[in-house]
Design a protein around this ligand. Structure first.
Ligand code: MG
Ligand code: MG
Length: 243
């Protein structure tokens, strides 16, 4: 997992450097695919099945009001856009998962703030991934910080356990759920591995599925940011593997 996560981190760092006006999400997807493959790993999203649908790409690229699961398009990025690039790597049967939101050229200050707060909320969640704490400590840290800034915390999509599969139990909500929602507030133990991934909207928390039946978008059309790390639960707080 350490190796797989390191590849994801290096990949996001490399591909993030390619983000500029005129580049297309499909270009970035190819860059992700090539980078991960060259490291001797497999792009974990490629061939990922949900029901009868199979995702064909190495990365999800979600532009502006797209929250997550963006299908890489051939529409050139424009100055002022923000895009999240989300990818996973499988190395020798173990997985790493990470996402980062990037600015395209010059972005509005309000959009920059959304990105900053979302990234900071991830780090607050990571700090709470500590032995003896509970899973919802992570959720609470993310929710409190983002809602304090007036942002919408997406409910329908959550972080997850990760290991020998890309998505494992437990689910890691970015808000403190009510008991009826069926999440488990696990006691965090040394060595548990979690993908923590706040998805934060500038406006309403509400999301819907786009016409492509895959991409998740905000219902008010306002931008959304997404940052994700694969993390190990440790005594003093989470250890980030996708660093
Ligand atoms: Mg994930
Ligand atoms: Mg991811």
């Amino acid at each position: 997992m350490r190796e797989a996560s390191h590849i994801v981190a290096e990949c996001l760092n490399h591909v993030g450097g390619l983000v500029r006006p005129g580049v297309t999400p499909l270009d970035l997807n190819v860059a992700v695919d090539n980078f991960i493959t060259k490291q001797g790993a497999y792009p974990a999203f490629k061939g990922y099945k949900v029901g009868r649908h199979t995702f064909q790409y190495a990365a999800c690229v979600s532009v502006n009001s797209a929250v997550v699961h963006g299908i890489p398009s051939n529409e050139p990025l424009k100055n002022g856009d923000i895009i999240s690039i989300d990818c996973g790597a499988e190395k020798d049967g173990w997985f790493g998962d990470g996402a980062w939101t990037f600015a395209v050229g010059e972005i509005a200050p309000a959009t920059q703030k959304l990105m900053d707060v979302t990234r900071e909320s991830l780090m607050m969640g990571v700090a709470r991934a500590r032995v003896g704490g509970r899973l919802f400590d992570i959720s609470e840290a993310i929710q409190d910080y983002c809602e304090m800034h007036g942002y919408g915390v997406v409910r329908e999509l959550v972080g997850h356990g990760i290991g020998s599969h890309l998505h494992e139990d437990p689910q890691v909500p970015n808000y403190v759920p009510s008991p009826s929602e069926g999440f488990t507030n696990l006691e965090l133990q040394e060595g548990m591995t979690l993908a923590i991934e706040p998805m934060i909207n500038m406006g309403t928390a509400k999301v819907k599925t786009a016409k492509d039946k895959w991409t998740v978008i905000t219902t008010d059309g306002k931008p959304s940011a997404h940052f994700e790390h694969t993390v190990v639960v440790r005594k003093g707080g989470g250890e980030i593997l996708t660093k």
